[in-house]
Write a protein that binds this ligand. Structure first.
Ligand SMILES: *[C@@H]1O[C@H](CO)[C@@H](O)[C@H](O)[C@H]1NC(C)=O
Length: 146
């Protein structure tokens, strides 16, 4: 009798684990590191990021390879949202760099550097790329507005 209950419970845990892999196999990082890097071939980049509560200021990234980064603890409700305006001398674009996800794991999947939560945005000549850590490549997500 007890044995059957134990077997049933183990079965339920395995079932839930398989349905919601994020819970058991891929714990959500509690802290995220977000980078915005200048990957432009020649132009300088200006980055201005903010959330509802924080203005991270205006940062000049004059050279290719320069990087602005910040990190934060994801709040209990998972409502943390950051957006950035990127400017180069001839174009700009504004986009969300970190946002809450509940069912969707699009961002979380890409920002998974081992156990560390790291979102790596790279401004290139043709647009803004997000590095996909598990796939080890970057993907064009946003085009510049000229
Ligand atoms: C990814 O994780 C590795 C190992 O923890 C670390 O050395 C590296 O700096 C991380 N990459 C970024 C961009 O944070």
């Amino acid at each position: 009798m007890i044995k059957n209950v134990v077997v049933l419970l183990l079965g339920m845990v395995a079932f839930v684990g398989a349905q919601v892999p994020g819970i058991i196999y891929q714990p959500k990082p509690s802290r995220y590191y977000v980078h915005v890097a200048n990957g432009l071939s020649t132009l300088p980049l200006t980055v201005h990021c903010q959330s509802k509560d924080d203005d991270l200021g205006i940062h000049h990234l004059p050279n290719r390879g320069d990087d602005f980064q910040w990190n934060f603890k994801v709040n209990f409700w998972g409502t943390t949202l950051f957006w950035c305006r990127l400017e180069r001398p001839d174009a700009y674009v504004t986009f969300e760099t970190f946002w809450p996800e509940s069912k969707n794991t699009w961002l979380r999947d890409r920002c998974r550097n081992g156990t560390q939560g790291t979102c790596l945005w790279i401004a290139k000549d043709d647009g803004i790329y997000l590095f996909n850590f598990p796939a080890n490549n970057d993907e064009l997500i946003h085009k510049w507005i000229f």
